[in-house]
Ligand binder design. Structure first.
Ligand SMILES: C[S@@+](CC[C@H](N)C(=O)[O-])C[C@H]1O[C@@H](n2cnc3c(N)ncnc32)[C@H](O)[C@@H]1O
Length: 308
């Protein structure tokens, strides 16, 4: 194998809540997906570790005749993101061809969420004796790698709200992580929809990797398509929507609350704490009752019920 450098590693260190946005930008350019690394604190030898502090996002660009142009585009795309929230300059370094796969994978760590779930990169086996339920996700694909607080809040809520033997609807399924988590916690089947075709493909592939594909229906669409009867479910006792607050509010007008069976629960996430009152108001206007709010940094997730 040649000793010439074949890959340009780009890395940038940011606050945890910016990790997913930076990953999304890098993933438009890199080969093989992005890696998000965070420091882990252990309290004792038994401790499975808690991520803390800033995260470092890595991506790998193949070095070809367009590399300078690509590098410029990456820098510009990050600069644009930096106009919304300040970002440091990205770092670049060249990597030998034979090292890159190892370099890409070595940064991944399992992510414990809630009390019972463990998010694992697709190629990693759980440690022997691991008691948490593994949810395997290919981190190179759609939103929902498990690193973002909005996903983690939903995953933790799943443990209290999934009814074994009953179905789940996941609006904006991304990587499929919430549907797969719900199925692994005992949901009978799940319907995941997304307006992004790449997410539909990603959800299907991740479901297959987790052995739950036969219990998962996934399709292109949103609330209206579900209510129009395009899928096998039109409502469920648990509905999940981790989408940004303004989109959730619009989806209430499209009938989001109609997806929830009487007595059922809806989990809403992707909401900044300052936006929660508006989301709660839109939900109350559709007859949903607030039960609980959980928060990580500025992000909140809401649990509501539809009275019988
Ligand atoms: C923040 S990601 C959440 C992914 C995953 N459910 C999770 O919890 O990590 C939001 C997803 O919603 C999708 N989305 C955005 N607007 C939507 C809409 N109006 N209807 C359905 N999906 C939508 C996006 O394509 C994206 O995959």
């Amino acid at each position: 194998m040649s000793n010439a450098p074949h890959w340009l590693e780009v890395s940038i260190t940011v606050d945890p809540e910016l990790g997913e946005a930076v990953s999304e930008v890098l993933s438009r350019f890199v080969s093989g997906g992005v890696v998000v690394e965070s420091a882990v604190r252990y309290n004792d030898a038994e401790d499975e570790g808690t991520p803390y502090g800033p995260v470092k996002v890595y991506g790998y660009l193949p070095i070809d005749e367009h590399i300078e142009e690509t590098r410029q585009k990456v820098t510009e795309a990050l600069w644009h993101l930096g106009q919304i929230q300040p970002l440091p300059e990205p770092s670049f370094r060249t990597i030998q061809d034979e090292d890159w796969m190892a370099a890409w994978k070595q940064h991944y760590r399992p992510i414990p969420v809630g009390e019972r779930l463990l998010i694992l990169p697709a190629w990693m086996a759980p440690n022997p004796g691991e008691t948490r339920i593994p949810v395997k996700i290919d981190p190179s694909m759609a939103f929902g790698t498990g690193t973002h607080p909005t996903t983690q809040l939903c995953m933790a809520f799943l443990e209290d709200t999934v009814i074994p033997g009953k179905p789940v609807i996941d609006v904006g399924c991304g990587s499929g992580i919430l549907s797969i988590g719900a199925l692994k916690l005992g949901a009978s089947h799940a319907l995941g929809v997304d307006i992004d075709q790449a997410s539909v493909i990603s959800t299907r592939e991740n479901a297959e990797a987790n052995g739950v594909l036969e219990r998962l229906e996934v399709g292109l669409g949103s609330v209206s398509e579900i209510l129009a009867g395009n899928f096998s479910l039109t409502h469920a006792p648990l509905v999940l929507a981790n989408i940004l607050a303004p989109v959730i509010i619009r989806l209430f007008d499209a009938g989001l609350a109609d997806l929830v069976s009487p007595g059922g629960t809806v989990i809403l996430s992707g909401i900044l704490d300052t936006q929660a009152p508006d989301v709660l108001l839109a939900a109350a206007q559709k007859g949903l009752k607030f039960v609980e709010q959980r928060q990580i940094n500025d992000w909140v997730a809401l649990r509501l019920i539809k009275p019988v």
